[in-house]
Design a protein around this ligand. Structure first.
Ligand SMILES: O=C(CO)[C@@H](O)[C@H](O)COP(=O)(O)O
Ligand SMILES: [Fe+2]
Length: 213
C-alpha cells in the first residue's frame, strides 16, 4: 500500500516543516487538496502555497482538484511538476479530452469519483488515466466519517484488471488503521489519510507505517 498523507490536516503555520516531516517519515506521495469554494463548500490553497509545498517535499505531489474550472487549475498547477493531477468526473464535461491534455503535459492524469458515482462511469476512460481516486467521504473537509465504498472498489478493481491493469486505485477520506486492511482486500493501491496521520498519538512514522499493509 502506498501512503499519501493529506496536508489539509497539517499545521499551515509550519507547512514546510510538516511536509518535510511526512516525507522523512516514509510517505510515498504528498496529497494536496485544492478547493475553490464552488465545487465544494471550502476554500484551500493555490499555486503560490503549493509551490512552497513542492520545494519542501522530497516525495512527488498528488494534486486533488475539487474545483469548477478544471482546465484553468490544471494550467495553474502543471508548472509545479506534480506526479498526478486528479479531477472530479462529476464536474467535467470532457473528461476524455482533459485526461489526454494532462498526459500531454507529462503529468499522470487521475479521475475522482464521489461516493455516489458508479465505478462503471469510468469504463471508457480507464485506458487514458493512470489512477482512479475513490472518495470515501463527501469532498470538502478533512476529519469526516468513512463511507462504505467497498462494493464499488471491488467492481472498479475488476474493470481495471480487465481494461488497464497498470492503473492504480486510490481511496480518500476517513482512512485509518481500522479500515486499511479491508481497503487493501477490496483492491486499493494508494491510500490518502489526513487527520489519522497528523493527529496520531505515536507520531508520523508510526501512523504512516501502520497504513503500509
Ligand atoms: O479530499 C479530501 C477531502 O475532501 C481529503 O483528502 C481529506 O483531506 C482527507 O482527510 P481525512 O478524512 O483523512 O481526515
Ligand atoms: Fe483529497
Amino acid at each position: 500500500m502506498l501512503v499519501a498523507p493529506s496536508i489539509l490536516s497539517a499545521d499551515f503555520g509550519s507547512l514546510a516543516r510538516d511536509v518535510k516531516a511526512i516525507c522523512d517519515a516514509g510517505c510515498d506521495l504528498v496529497h494536496v487538496d485544492v478547493m475553490d469554494g464552488h465545487f465544494v463548500p471550502n476554500l484551500t490553497i493555490g499555486p503560490v502555497v503549493v509551490s512552497a509545498v513542492a520545494e519542501a517535499a522530497t516525495k512527488p505531489l498528488d494534486i486533488h482538484l475539487m474545483v469548477e474550472n478544471n482546465t484553468f487549475f490544471v494550467d495553474l498547477f502543471a508548472p509545479l511538476n506534480p506526479e498526478y493531477i486528479s479531477f472530479h468526473i462529476e464536474e467535467e464535461k470532457h473528461p476524455h479530452r482533459l485526461a489526454q491534455y494532462i498526459r500531454s503535459l507529462g503529468i499522470k492524469p487521475a479521475i475522482v469519483l464521489n461516493p455516489h458515482t458508479p465505478a462503471e462511469s469510468l469504463e471508457y476512460l480507464l485506458p487514458y488515466i493512470d489512477m482512479v481516486l475513490v472518495m470515501s467521504v463527501n469532498p470538502g473537509f478533512g476529519g469526516q466519517k468513512f463511507i462504505d465504498v467497498y462494493e464499488k472498489l471491488r467492481r472498479l478493481r475488476d474493470l481495471r484488471d480487465r481494461i488497464n491493469p497498470d492503473c492504480l486505485i486510490e481511496v480518500d477520506g476517513g482512512v485509518n488503521d481500522a479500515n486499511i486492511g479491508a481497503l487493501k482486500d477490496a483492491g486499493v493501491d494508494v491510500c490518502v489519510a489526513g487527520s489519522y496521520v497528523f493527529k496520531h498519538a505515536d507520531g508520523l512514522e508510526a501512523a504512516i507505517g501502520s497504513l503500509k499493509v
